[in-house]
Design a protein around this ligand. Structure first.
Ligand SMILES: [Zn+2]
Ligand SMILES: [Zn+2]
Length: 239
């Protein structure tokens, strides 16, 4: 059971009032599950879309530090659209989602900022055959691409070092030279976005994202080297 203070902080009552077709689903376990028919009424650019989706939101007790997971239960969103293996909707990378809700980390904001754009995009795609905005690649490349746009840097290595700095204490990080290549210290360069990420996503999460990026880059390098070696061997062989 989620306690009343938490429900209030998450603005659950406001959320339920704004979505009359949904309710709290009783279940075992510490998460708060909200399910039913959700109304979508959104406009980006000049196109307004109204639609309905059957969804199940699972809000972990650690919210907003850990974000809710969302499933579409009406059988409308196919497996090859943005969905994770377990069936959850791929709403975007956590760094961005945390930034989107940092102003008011509650349920109505999460839904409006993170879920509505996804549903709008899907409805738009059903109606028009394409997404209304640029589609991010699913997986690692998409993540790096989105990180680059959030951090406004042009390469993967810079993203990785930025995440290392976001995972470092602010005072310490600000003294380092900024990975963007400006030649300035972080404190008078990328400090604002790094502070926002550190505060919304959490220093430890930044740290582990940095470790993942690093591991992935090392793995990529090893694969590349192995291919080069194989290629050299092959060239000797055919010579
Ligand atoms: Zn995706
Ligand atoms: Zn910079």
């Amino acid at each position: 059971m989620t306690d009343p203070t938490t429900l209030e902080a998450w603005r659950v009552r406001d959320f339920l009032t704004s979505q009359p077709g949904v309710r709290i689903v009783p279940h075992d376990g510490p998460a708060l599950v909200i399910a039913g028919e959700f109304e979508l009424d959104a406009q980006y650019g000049d196109r307004r879309i109204r639609d309905r989706y059957n969804l199940e939101l699972t809000v972990p007790p650690e919210f907003p530090r850990i974000l809710p997971s969302v499933r579409e239960t009406g059988g409308r969103v196919p497996y090859d659209f943005h969905r994770y293996e377990g069936g959850e909707l791929c709403l975007g990378i956590d760094v961005r989602l945390h930034l989107l809700i940092r102003g008011s980390p509650d349920l109505p904001t999460f839904f409006a900022e993170c879920v509505v754009p996804y549903l709008y995009g899907f409805s738009h795609r059903e109606q028009k055959g394409r997404l209304p905005f640029d589609e991010l690649e699913h997986g690692y490349e998409g993540m790096v691409c989105d990180l680059r746009s959030i951090l406004k840097v042009d390469n993967e290595a810079a993203c990785m070092h930025m995440m290392r700095l976001a995972g470092t204490q602010r005072r310490k990080a600000n003294h380092e030279r900024c990975p963007c290549g400006s030649g300035k210290r972080v404190g008078s360069c990328h400090n604002r976005i790094l502070n926002e990420i550190r505060a919304s996503y959490g220093r430890m999460s930044c740290r582990s994202l940095y470790e993942n990026l690093k591991a992935h880059r090392i793995r990529k390098k090893l694969v590349r080297e192995r291919h080069e070696k194989e290629l050299r061997r092959y060239m000797r062989h055919v010579a």
